[in-house]
Design a protein around this ligand. Structure first.
Ligand SMILES: Cc1cc2nc3c(=O)[nH]c(=O)nc-3n(C[C@H](O)[C@H](O)[C@H](O)COP(=O)(O)OP(=O)(O)OC[C@H]3O[C@@H](n4cnc5c(N)ncnc54)[C@H](O)[C@@H]3O)c2cc1C
Length: 391
């Protein structure tokens, strides 16, 4: 059987894999992207894309498309605690045009998928890959589980961008994520909301088509306290935080709850032999800070830029792997570590009440924390790094 050869096979069509595919294809690499699910697909996610990603989305040529298809601009992040304390963080200021985006992952990932197609990436959905090592890289069996069609391909490099769920050795984190779409939610004008309760938080985001996404994360204790009943869990959030109660008083649910257990990331891994890891496979950002998509996008860009240029730069491939790991750590390591602490504190009712009270009086701290997580990733700075790496 004739085997088609690819420079890289990417596994997983989330923001990490899709970005790497687009960027590698632009470096003239022949890329195959394999996604196991039907596509486009819905995904449990807050759907907040931080302002630090806008420049990259523009560079990728998808930003205008996203807005055209109904992605909402976000100008403010509004936080509330169980005692009713509230703070607002402005994203956009008079001096900057920066804003976040709010949209469903169905729309976001599908738009990137279409861009991949446009850039010449070969795409296979509803398929899984079984790779075996070969002299030149990998022999890969690609099987479509829907029609049982099997194809053999070869690749020099394999990139795992298949999210956190299937990570070897990963255990359940003890957290549960749930989301559904609603209408008639008040106060949504360019705002994204994060409401805290004991053992959980709830995000509210305006999506396309006039629908509002409600996505909450609850820990095992809270989940067990209602016998795993998602409707009761939602009522518990409303009981515990008066701001949620008020905002959702007239809300009407449009889609059923969809839930998932959040995996626990044990250790960071970046590469081994001719394999690279990307996005949630490398490091998990606690969803409370809404930075996972950012890490996936800019991590994808970072890896593709290093891989795509390594031949021209004549760097040994091990140096690319080292560079990937060190650049990743420089950019994201602190964010990942601090997000755990912020996540833990925000789920303690007393801590969340007091922290919000304090932040209310010290707005500049809040902006500092937000900017730490959502500082625009300077492409210029990255390109300088690339040059440095080559020299
Ligand atoms: C409840 C919750 C809310 C969140 N809210 C936000 C938010 O508002 N903003 C934000 O920035 N981040 C948020 N995040 C984090 C964000 O969802 C992730 O960080 C991001 O999706 C990671 O992207 P990725 O490409 O690494 O993986 P994923 O988006 O998980 O994509 C992986 C893809 O790989 C596919 N796949 C898996 N296994 C295989 C296989 N064997 N073969 C082929 N394909 C496979 C999957 O079907 C999937 O399409 C949230 C996370 C949770 C849990």
């Amino acid at each position: 059987m004739m085997k088609t050869h690819f420079d890289a096979v990417i596994i997983g069509a989330g923001p990490a894999g899709l970005t790497a595919a687009i960027e590698l294809s632009r470096c003239s690499w022949k890329v195959l992207l394999i996604e196991k699910s039907e596509f486009p697909r819905t995904k449990v996610c807050g759907g907040f894309v931080g302002p630090e990603n806008i420049e990259l989305l523009q560079e990728m040529g998808v930003y205008d498309d996203l807005l055209l298809q109904g992605a909402e601009k976000v100008d403010r992040v509004c936080l509330s605690a169980s005692n009713g304390a509230q703070v607002r963080i402005p994203i956009a200021s008079n001096s900057s045009s920066l804003h976040g985006l709010a949209l469903s992952r169905k729309l976001f990932d599908w738009t990137l998928w279409n861009k991949c197609e446009e850039e010449g990436v070969e795409l296979k959905k509803e398929s899984v890959a079984v790779p075996t090592e070969s002299l030149e890289g990998f022999d890969i069996e690609v099987k479509n589980w829907k029609n049982n069609h099997v194809e053999q391909v070869t690749a020099r490099y394999l990139i795992y961008a298949n999210g956190a769920s299937k990570q070897k050795g990963s255990a359940a984190s003890g957290f549960f994520g749930i989301s559904a779409l609603f209408k008639n939610v008040t106060n949504m004008d360019k705002n994204v909301f994060l409401h805290f309760v004991q053992n959980g938080h709830l995000g509210i985001n305006q999506f396309e088509n006039g629908l509002t996404n409600i996505c909450y994360v609850a820990d095992k204790k809270m989940h067990q306290s209602v016998g795993g009943n998602l409707e009761k869990l939602f009522l518990k959030f409303k009981e515990e935080n008066p701001v949620i109660r008020e905002q959702l008083s007239g809300a009407i649910q449009e889609t059923p709850w969809k839930g998932m257990f959040l995996p626990k990331k044990s250790k960071h891994r970046f590469s081994e032999k001719n394999i690279f890891y990307l996005g949630d496979q490398v490091g998990l950002v606690n969803p409370v800070v809404g930075g996972g998509i950012s890490l996936a996008l800019s991590g994808g860009q970072l890896l593709a830029s290093l891989m795509g240029n390594y031949e021209a730069s004549q760097m040994p491939f091990e140096i690319v792997a080292e560079r990937y790991e060190s650049e990743w750590k420089k950019r994201f390591f602190k964010r990942v570590c601090w997000s755990k602490l912020i996540g833990n504190l925000s789920h303690q009712k007393i801590a969340a009440n007091n922290i919000l009270w304090l932040l209310n009086r010290n707005q500049h701290w809040l902006e500092k924390i937000f900017n730490f997580y959502h500082k625009p990733v300077s492409l210029k700075k990255f390109n300088e790094t690339k040059v440095e790496a080559i020299l």
